[in-house]
Ligand binder design. Structure first.
Ligand SMILES: Cc1ncc(COP(=O)(O)O)c(C=O)c1O
Length: 404
């Protein structure tokens, strides 16, 4: 499959002046002096692998997410994988997930030997459609993996209503959704296991990292052991003065632990997480306001009663009103020195999943329509008002040049 990026000319390449001279990336990590100080303190501490800082990060993320237990790990992918394995997902089981997600979700199901069952999305939130989940249920369904797309919480009331009576685990992919909530119930407080990502672009970052939170102490213990080779829960301490050299392996585990050096970055980020979220909300509100009178651009929906985490700002192009497609739109933005991206290339557009799952185009009409139109605009806490205005100016310029 070749990239759809075209070689066509852009407004800027045809002799125009770009809106900006310096490239504005889609996302820039917001790491400051406090994070640097905590990392240096950790490097000087004599303990740089998993230890008390990683434990503290897990506890504090759990508290923020309204969950009883939190386990800091090396990625959200690791957290999702641990969630599946700890819930007994195995050969022959089916796990239902969204077609509009990052490939990690489906990869980890395959790693368990389970069959990924792909469901279409709702047109407004672009989160998994509970009606499609219902249609996908079989006797083999063992778990549901909804995604809080872009930071918008999935429709958990309806997903729980399907999962609970059937005893299905809900492994929620909240890679985008730290800080999101349904009313006063934070994302992380409801699913069997919730996975957060601390990847470089995420709302809270450790460079690479993640966290699995749960209200179930036994599940937490199982995930903790599986995250470190299947050794007993205190094995990380074996080189400390309070630890023991003796450990037992109770399952074939993984190497998914997070180092204290990275955890230190996360602890620094947590201290200003509220401020970072406020800034994300301010940027999203500015986009909403400044793009409100551009009919060629549909702004992301937020359902009543939820707090959006504002990880992404995905617009939908009203292609019927434009003479260019999404690929050309992105190329035009790039020529204006504005970064952007597409979230996501639907699962069934990837050759591997087409082959392994027997998927084809036409099976997920809502996601396919959303994909043709999707452009994620820059959104990160360090964005200035000027940055936001530049993005809006570039969008307006492109729309004005290409409207039908
Ligand atoms: C929806 C979603 N799920 C999972 C992941 C995987 O996160 P990580 O890179 O921390 O493994 C990502 C990463 O971008 C994501 O966007």
């Amino acid at each position: 499959m070749t990239s759809p990026t075209t070689g066509a000319e852009t407004l800027a390449s045809k002799g125009g002046t770009p809106v900006r001279t310096k490239f504005l990336p889609l996302a820039v990590p917001f790491v400051g002096e406090r994070e640097k100080a905590l990392v240096l303190e950790t490097l000087d501490s004599g303990w740089i692998t998993t230890g008390t800082r990683a434990l503290e990060l897990g506890d504090r993320v759990a508290a923020l997410a309204g969950a009883r237990h939190g386990l800091a790990v090396s990625s959200a992918t690791a957290a999702l994988h641990l969630g599946l394995v700890a819930n007994g997902v195995n050969e022959g089981d089916e796990v239902i997930t969204s077609v509009n997600t990052f490939v990690a979700c489906v990869n980890v199901m395959e790693h368990c030997g389970a069959r990924p069952v792909i469901a279409d999305i709702e047109a407004d939130t672009l989160c998994i459609d509970p009606a499609a989940v219902q249609r996908a249920l079989t006797e083999r369904t063992k778990a549901i993996m909804p995604i809080d797309y872009g930071g918008h919480p999935c429709d958990m009331d309806r997903i729980e209503a399907l999962a609970r009576p059937r005893n299905l685990a809900i492994i929620e992919d909240a890679a985008h959704a730290l800080g999101a909530a349904w009313g006063d119930r934070p994302v992380g407080s409801r699913a069997t296991v919730t996975a957060f990502s601390f990847y470089a672009t995420k709302n809270l970052t450790t460079g690479e990292g993640g966290c699995a939170v749960t209200n179930d102490g036994e599940l937490n213990d199982r995930m903790r052991s599986l995250s470190l080779h299947g050794m007993d829960r205190d094995a990380w301490k074996r080189y400390t003065d309070t630890g023991s050299w003796y450990y037992e392996v109770t399952a074939a585990g993984y190497k998914y632990n997070l180092s204290d050096v990275l955890a230190a970055i996360g602890l620094g980020q947590l201290e200003r997480f509220d401020d970072m979220q406020k800034r994300r909300h301010a940027v999203a509100a500015a986009y909403d306001r400044l793009l409100g009178d551009v009919p060629e651009v549909r702004r992301p929906a937020v359902r009543p009663g939820v707090t959006h985490a504002r990880h992404l700002y995905p617009i939908a192009l009203e292609l019927e009103r434009l003479r260019i497609d999404r690929a050309q739109f992105i190329q035009e933005l790039r020529a204006e020195n504005i970064g952007s991206s597409v979230h996501f290339i639907p699962i069934h557009m990837h050759p591997h999943f087409r082959n392994s799952l027997g998927l084809r185009e036409g099976m997920f009409p809502v996601a396919e329509d959303a994909y043709r139109r999707a452009v994620s605009l820059p959104l990160f806490p360090g964005m200035t008002e000027r940055d936001v205005e530049d993005v809006v100016a570039a969008v307006r310029k492109i729309v004005a040049a290409y409207r039908t």
